[in-house]
Structures are given as structure tokens and as C-alpha cells.
Write a protein that binds this ligand. Structure first.
Ligand code: TXA
Ligand code: MG
Length: 323
């Protein structure tokens, strides 16, 4: 039988084959995108510790904004090295990992997950997938793998390798095929980083199952997302004000350039004007410039093409009036 071909001739190889996984590991470690099966949906994977690799996820999906991504690990032990365990998290892990459950935890000290993967937040979303083949791949990669569903923004999540090829065949280096996904629906996301557990996304692990282990679980309100752009609990905003489309620097300002417009800039998102590089540097740059004595961060204009749209979305939220 010949290898299945796709409109884009992207290789599709069996996830159960160690040589195919070795190729996936090589690609992931080199910063490329690899789609892989989990028990929920196919993920569009990248090395979660590599800011540029994570930026390529957003570019491939054509996501209009940088929402935080889930990092995948082979074991609970590996997950709790990256996110701070709590008694509740340990109870959930014992009952539901491996499985279709994602926990949002405070970053552990020295956590190497890219800032773009957590949209600049001090928390990280972690999951140990139920699929044994996915865990084998993750163990072999030896790094957290960031993976949203392997579809273009606004399309349905793929549950077969053929769906992935249709959606992203021209943008991934390799698709690992594990057959149809058993669950077919994204993982449940529960936030354990605050005083009380909050259900952020319903999924295969039900609210009742969570409550049996944790007691009362708040549900995130749909309205939470629109109260104050830039100041949402789930959206990083610098303490300093942010001034957009700046061509000059006012007293007390730090200057964040794009495309090398000012010789006296503090930082440049990309001197070459590359939006993928700029996305990769965005959150680290805002954090670096958000220091005592800086009243505002002046940001040079960033063209809206490609990932520029998501960069501008994030900058506009950071610049929006604060309550
Ligand atoms: O089933 C799944 O979870 C699939 C497969 C591929 O594993 N992955 C997936 O990933 O759906 P993603 O990255 O699209 O899911 C992100 C979800 C969003 O609801 C996001 O808001 C939430 O996780 N999330 C991630 N990091 C977060 C954080 N630090 N704080 C709050 N929410 C976070
Ligand atoms: Mg999705």
C-alpha cells in the first residue's frame, strides 16, 4: 500500500511507528510544526519552549489573536515540573491524567514555556493526553509541546489525519496518523491557579466529576471576556501605559520598535520587519520594558498583514483605557 497523498503532499505517517515518531521529534526540536493525534482532537504541535515555533502555530492557524495554548506532557510528574502543583491539582491528576483534562496552574520557578504560549500570563495550561501514542511522542520529544486543535481559525476541530491535511497540509512538516480520535471534543479546562477552581472550558471530564473531587467549581461567565480589554484576568497587560503607532519618544517612555525605524529604540520586535519574529518577541519585550521609571511604552506601527493582525490586537488591548 502506498503512503496516502494529500493535496499538498505533506507526509502522513503512522504515530505507532517509532521511525515516524523519531522524524517528528527531529522536526519539533528544529522548531517545525507537526500535527499529531490525541484522544480528543488532532493537535498542531510545536516546541512550547521555542517562542518562534509557537509563533508559527498562530501564523499557520491564521488566528486573529494570541490566546494562550495548552502544553502537552507525557506524565503528571513532567507537568508538575512546569506548573505549581496544589492539593486539588494532585487529586485531579490522580483521577484524570492521562486524559481529556487540562489544568491551568501558576508557572513553576524557571518554567521554560514560551511567553507567547501563555499569552504573557504567569500561568500555564498543562495536559497529559489519554492517547498512549501521543504520550510516547511527548516522552521522546523531552520538551513540552504546545498544541491547539489542528484546524484553521474558525473551522471545526479535526478528528482524522485527512481532516488535518485538508486544513493545514500546506503548513505542517508532518502529520502523524493515529486514526479517528476517540473523544472528538477538546479537553475540559479547569483553572486551579486562583483561590477557587474555575471551569474555563467544558469538555469530556464533566463539571460533576470535577465537583466530586474539588467541591464547588465556579464557571467562567461568557461576559468575563469583554469587560475591560487589556485588563482581563486572562490577558496580560503591562503596568506602564502603552502608546501605539509611535514615531517619536516622549519623556519617560521606553520605545519598542518594529523594522528598525529608530536608532535609539530600547528594543525592536524585528529589525527585519518579520511578523513571525515580532510575535515571538512581543510578550518578552513588553515585560522587559515594563520597568520602574517607565511611564509608557511607545510602540512603532506594526503592519497588519499576516500575524501583524494578532500583534496589533494584543497591543490594542494593552493600550486600552484601564479601570
Ligand atoms: O483537547 C485539547 O485540549 C486540544 C488537544 C490538541 O489537546 N488542544 C486544545 O488546545 O484545545 P488549545 O490551545 O486550543 O486550548 C486552549 C484553551 C483555551 O480555552 C484557552 O483559553 C485555555 O486553554 N488556556 C490556555 N492557557 C491558559 C491560561 N494560562 N489561562 C487561562 N486559560 C488558558
Ligand atoms: Mg480549536
Amino acid at each position: 500500500m502506498s503512503e496516502p497523498t494529500t493535496p499538498h503532499d505533506v507526509p502522513i505517517r503512522p504515530v505507532d511507528d517509532p521511525e515516524s515518531r523519531a522524524e517528528a521529534v527531529r522536526l519539533l526540536r528544529a522548531g517545525a510544526l507537526v500535527a499529531f493525534p490525541t484522544e480528543t482532537v488532532y493537535g498542531l504541535g510545536a516546541d512550547a519552549t521555542d517562542e518562534e515555533a509557537v509563533a508559527r502555530i498562530f501564523a499557520a492557524k491564521e488566528r486573529p489573536r494570541f490566546n494562550p495554548l495548552i502544553s502537552h506532557l507525557p506524565t503528571a510528574e513532567a507537568a508538575f515540573a512546569l506548573g505549581r502543583a496544589t492539593p486539588a491539582a494532585e487529586r485531579l491528576a490522580a483521577a484524570h491524567w492521562p486524559g481529556p483534562l487540562t489544568m491551568v496552574l501558576k508557572r513553576a520557578p524557571g518554567c521554560p514555556i514560551a511567553w507567547l504560549a501563555s499569552a504573557g500570563l504567569e500561568t500555564v495550561a498543562l495536559r497529559v493526553p489519554g492517547s498512549a501514542a501521543a504520550r510516547a511522542l511527548l516522552a521522546e520529544v523531552g520538551r513540552p509541546v504546545a498544541a491547539p486543535s489542528a484546524n484553521r481559525s474558525g473551522r471545526v476541530s479535526p478528528t482524522t489525519a485527512a481532516h488535518v491535511a485538508e486544513e493545514l497540509g500546506d503548513r505542517v512538516a508532518l502529520i502523524l496518523d493515529g486514526g479517528p480520535c476517540m473523544v472528538g471534543l477538546e479537553s475540559t479546562v479547569v483553572d486551579l491557579s486562583g483561590a477557587r477552581p474555575r471551569l474555563l472550558r467544558p469538555g469530556a471530564v464533566t463539571a460533576e466529576q470535577l465537583q466530586a473531587l474539588l467541591g464547588p467549581v465556579e464557571r467562567a461567565e461568557a461576559g468575563d471576556a469583554i469587560t475591560a480589554p487589556g485588563m482581563l484576568a486572562s490577558h496580560y497587560a503591562p503596568r506602564a501605559a502603552v502608546r501605539l503607532d509611535a514615531t517619536d519618544r516622549l519623556p519617560g517612555e521606553a520605545f519598542l520598535d518594529f523594522g528598525g525605524t529608530r536608532a535609539d529604540a530600547d528594543l525592536d520586535l524585528s529589525t527585519a520587519g518579520d511578523p513571525v519574529e515580532a510575535a515571538a518577541r512581543l510578550f518578552a519585550a513588553l515585560r522587559a520594558l515594563d520597568r520602574p521609571g517607565v511611564t509608557a511604552i511607545a510602540v512603532a506601527p506594526v503592519p497588519a498583514a499576516g500575524l501583524g493582525a494578532a500583534i496589533n490586537d494584543r497591543l490594542q488591548r494593552a493600550a486600552a483605557p484601564r479601570r
